[in-house]
Design a binder for this molecule. Structure first.
Ligand code: SAM
Length: 235
């Protein structure tokens, strides 16, 4: 899938805004990001002793959410941005969870772990940022154990014409300025609307999961369709 060059080095922008990322996330999503992460936790496979990999883990909020599931034994987080990982490690240490959550610097397109080593792999608002989505999905498939589950949170657009227009207005006219103000970064949020509008969502993204070999690919629109939760299982 051809993707804009800007994506290849997007993690550098996250290095620059790591200190403010959590605050920006809360303001721009109106706090809804907590509900989206909780839905992801509730969709984990219903088995005991889960080992989970969270790709594009950023400041570790998904890892911190997933570990609340009593069946999750260990979470590994991976992200290309050293700044985001450093912030995440601080939060995990402050929560006293460094023995259960480990964060590493690395690429979701070249996952530095062995085949069939995780019961679930998650990626929240990260797949849109990787340069080669198909490669990332094939890497997720490789590191999942047979019977393991891939869970992806990503932005989409509402089906309802009214909601869609209102959301597009927010994305195009409000979010770039608000993002610039909160992050202090001239361009970090300038192209977010464009990447959301161009990225496949709903059935189109679900098809990518199926093409990557996942079975029972499903998606669930949330918050009117501005975000989708995808899942697919490795047979
Ligand atoms: C929008 S943030 C999402 C962070 C976190 N998952 C969340 O939900 O808050 C996107 C993250 O993807 C990371 N990223 C971008 N490309 C990546 C890649 N190829 N491999 C790993 N991480 C990547 C960025 O560094 C950034 O931390």
């Amino acid at each position: 899938m051809p993707l804009p060059h800007a994506k290849i080095e997007s993690y550098r922008i996250f290095d620059a805004i790591a200190g403010r990322y959590d605050l920006i996330n809360t303001v721009l999503s109106g706090g809804l990001h907590r509900l989206w992460r909780r839905a992801m936790r509730r969709t984990l496979p219903q088995r005991l002793n889960l080992t989970v990999l969270d790709l594009a883990t950023g400041t570790g909020d998904v890892a911190l959410e997933l570990i609340k599931n009593p069946h999750v034994q260990k979470v590994r987080g991976l992200d290309l941005s050293k700044g985001m990982i450093a912030k995440g490690r601080e939060k995990i240490a402050a929560a006293g969870l460094s023995d259960k959550i480990t964060l590493d610097v690395g690429d979701a397109q070249k996952i530095p772990y062995s085949d069939a080593s995780f019961d679930a792999v998650t990626i929240s608002f990260g797949i849109r940022n990787v340069a080669d989505v198909k490669l990332c999905l094939s890497e997720i498939y490789r590191v999942l154990k047979p019977g393991g589950r891939c869970l992806i949170l990503e932005f989409g657009l509402p089906q309802s014409v009214l909601l869609r227009s209102a959301h597009l207005f927010y994305l195009r006219r409000i979010l770039p300025g608000l993002g610039r103000m909160l992050s202090g970064h001239a361009t970090a949020y300038s192209y977010l609307n464009q990447t959301i509008e161009e990225f496949p969502y709903g059935a189109a993204f679900s098809e990518l999961l199926t093409n990557a070999g996942f079975t029972d690919a499903q998606y669930r629109p949330m918050s009117g369709g501005i975000v989708h939760l995808y899942r697919g299982d490795k047979p």
